[in-house]
Ligand binder design. Structure first.
Ligand code: ARG
Length: 418
């Protein structure tokens, strides 16, 4: 009996061709694995197609709740936004798919795992590093890295092996999508000077065509996690779906990014992620009420590290465990409501409130019930500025020198350009 490989199967041309190809080249029986992460495809149909392509078995699972609870929410709580722009939808999906493939490999006593990623992208890294971490004994097969087939060759191969190929026109882009966002790359996007063509977008309307009336949304968070939308308690999956719809119809969530890939190349990528953009914005805003100044400052460092580790495929690391522990603690008072206004491609926070808010009207107000101690400010400022005062006397202004900063007036009163 032949050994078995678990293949990450999307139902597309490449992964379909892989079923007979792996059998021919490696003599392995192929079990396909297809995962619903909210990409909006019928995974049962994909599973049936896998069987028709010659897979000895085909497994399809709905992992949407797992995806949201264990990947999307932690990333949101961490404020993980790669290079300040990309909410990481694709990058968050890969370690989950890889983990589920390892589980299936164990259950079926498979000896190998396979995926359809190219040798240029980040996705291969996320798959391989997860496999290598959780199951170093499994052989990793990445046919696209080795077969060097062009698209016409792949089509010919498919025809020879009676693989059903959809007649629908192939998208000019490379697209990956799940609940948290849609990633679009290649084709006409490869020139970063060119404006994205309208057909690159599928989830969001052109902001120019968005309604002329703004729409308000209110999001409720508990300990950093979204738990309600517009006054209604909602589980993660429906909450994100609903927010994608609302944001999408106002053209919110389009991102155009020249990003630094792990493999050393810059790549122009588009994303559509209405829910992700709105949720990150709202969450950050709630933190302005609920986190102390130091906690908020430090959190920005953690957010960046967190985003990098997700992007770079290091989800299953001790460093991630460390950061996640910090984030869970840091988020324990991030509970409350944020109200946003969506209008023609823009999402703007217009209100926020929390039972743990550190904002004190009595301290902030300029009206009569002001409780701030104005007298105390004087002594505080003397001490606060003492170090700088001393340094100016002893060093910077010593001997009557002018202050050495660009554009300042010199002693004589004339401005000295630098
Ligand atoms: N650049 C993004 C990332 O590395 C998106 C990748 C999209 N993948 C794809 N097969 N189209 O996460």
């Amino acid at each position: 009996m032949a050994d078995t490989v678990i293949l990450a199967y999307s139902g597309g041309l490449d992964t379909s061709v892989m079923v007979p190809w792996i059998k021919e080249k490696y003599g392995l029986d192929v079990i396909t694995f297809t995962c619903d992460l909210g990409q909006g495809e019928d995974i049962e149909q994909i599973r049936q197609k896998a069987l028709r392509t010659g897979a000895v078995d085909a497994v399809a699972v709905d992992a949407r709740n797992l995806f949201v609870d264990c990947f999307v929410w932690p990333a949101l709580m961490a404020g993980a936004m790669y290079e300040g722009k990309y909410p990481l939808a694709t990058a968050l999906g890969r370690p989950l798919i890889a983990k589920l493939m390892v589980d299936l490999a164990r259950e079926r006593n498979a000896k190998a795992v396979a995926h359809g990623c190219t040798g240029k992208g980040n996705d291969q890294v996320r798959f391989d590093v997860t496999f290598q971490t959780l199951a170093p004994d499994l052989k990793i097969i990445a046919p696209v890295r080795e077969w060097k087939m062009s698209r016409p060759e792949a089509l010919a191969y498919a025809a020879r092996h009676n693989i059903p190929v959809e007649v629908k026109a192939e998208s000019p882009y490379s697209i990956d999508q799940n609940l948290f966002g849609r990633s679009i790359e290649a084709g006409l996007l490869e020139d970063p000077w060119d404006e994205p063509p309208p057909d690159a977008f599928a989830w969001t309307v052109d902001p120019v065509k968005a309604p002329n009336e703004p729409e308000y949304v209110e999001i409720e968070f508990e300990r950093g996690r979204p738990i309600g939308l517009n006054g209604r308690r909602l589980d993660g999956v429906p909450l994100i779906e609903e927010l994608n719809r609302i944001g999408g119809r106002h053209g919110v969530g389009r991102i155009d990014h020249v990003e630094n890939r792990l493999v050393g190349i810059k790549s122009r990528e588009l994303y559509e992620a209405p829910a992700a953009v709105i949720l990150h914005l709202a969450h950050r805003e709630l933190e302005t009420l609920c986190l102390s100044k130091q906690a908020a400052r430090f959190k920005t460092l953690v957010s960046q590290e967190y985003a990098d580790l997700i992007y770079n495929g290091l989800w299953f690391s001790a460093f991630h465990q460390d950061l996640a522990a910090f984030v869970a603690s840091n988020q324990r008072f991030v509970t409350g409501h944020v109200r946003l206004k969506l209008y023609k491609g823009n999402a703007q926070v217009v209100g926020r409130k929390s039972e743990y808010s550190l904002y004190s009207k009595k301290l902030a107000t300029y009206e009569k019930d002001d409780q701030f101690d104005h007298e105390a400010a004087k002594g505080f400022i003397r001490i606060h500025g003492l170090g700088q005062q001393t340094q100016a006397q002893r060093q910077l202004l010593r001997g009557g020198k002018p202050f050495d900063l660009p554009g300042l007036l010199t002693h004589g009163g004339e401005s000295e350009p630098r």
